[in-house]
Design a protein around this ligand. Sequence first.
Ligand code: GLA
Length: 409
Amino acid sequence: MLRRFARPLAAALLLQMTVPATAQEVLDTDPNTLAPSQDPKRTANGLAQTPPMGWNSWNKFACNVNEDVIRRTADAMASNGMKAAGYEYIVIDDCWHGARDANGFITEDRQRFPGGLKALGDYIHAKGLKFGIYSDAGTKTCGGRPGSQGHEYQDALQYARWGVDYLKYDWCSTGVRNAEEAYATMADALRATGRPILFSLCEWGHSRPWLWGAKIGNMWRTTGDITDKWEGKHGYSWGVASIVDMNEPLWPFAGLGHWNDPDMLEVGNGGLSDTEYRAHFSLWAMMAAPLIAGNDVAAMTPATRDILLNRDVIAVDQDPLGVQGHRVARDGPREVWVKPMADGGRALLFWNRGETPARIGADWTQLGLPATTRLRARDLWMHKDLGRLSRRYEAEVAPHGVAMIRLQP
Ligand code: GLA
């Protein structure tokens, strides 16, 4: 009995041990035995050299998405400063789908999108913006619409015909499907269209996409869904602070062209205070996260607008060095975060997770800098230059709030 299992087990272990480690070994290996991400022919698509920016319909409109919502959003983004600040993609999330036609091609729901998605894509492009869409690696999307499993090349072709520039690819109804294989198949299908299409992996972190996603996609969800609450788990979703704790340790896996995605922004959706939304936005910027607004951008308050359009904070997110910032110190509710910047300086964040105001400080040595280095400092929320500083910086931080400083040589 024991022998019957011992041999396959030993063989399996041996197989695991012979996974190639170097590029040369990969090239010398039979391609049929390689994991999809190790295929030497598979390269990154070159897109998303900084974290993607845009808007997605899901957080605000869920399944109630239609042509009017998208047009209104495109009009708003082109004129309210968002486009100028770098928000580029307009992504229609779940529930745009109609049925497959007689040849298996996906169609749009004509009740919701009477003009069709080609015309809507043209409208978005005419505004100088880019067009994103949503599908799923399983038989059905999370909203019960047709998924792309078994139709990957057809769907990619249809998206390319519609002028799609971005695909978010979800993970519902996938059964026992292997995630790396499923996402690699769609990545190859997108590449085969010849159209540059940013690929956003929405697998919720279950199969650790940060370990294999870099050559397959441009961003990968690291968590379940975000919800417009401060912290904790709420059904299948998580509050902002809880999402941060799951995404933060993954900082070494982010880089140019492939980013950790802690999900879309809730800024402006009404569940949090403006102080909390400022913290949310600042933390996403420190984590070099995709900045995908999820509110009704055609009807936002001036406070929401000031958050989403804070160019100083956006510049931290979009810094060309592309290193994800992370927590360097934690003392009860007081946290210190640092993000190295391309100019040799640092973005510095103090986060007060507590219920009372707190004084938070950091020494230059915690930022990886000699204590005597003199740096120009700017407060990114007060929009105020603080002069040249050395050794240490301290600030008073409101409950659930942040102070965010940029230090430059
Ligand atoms: C999943 C995803 C969400 C959203 C919905 C749509 O829950 O994680 O971001 O796309 O599906 O049904």
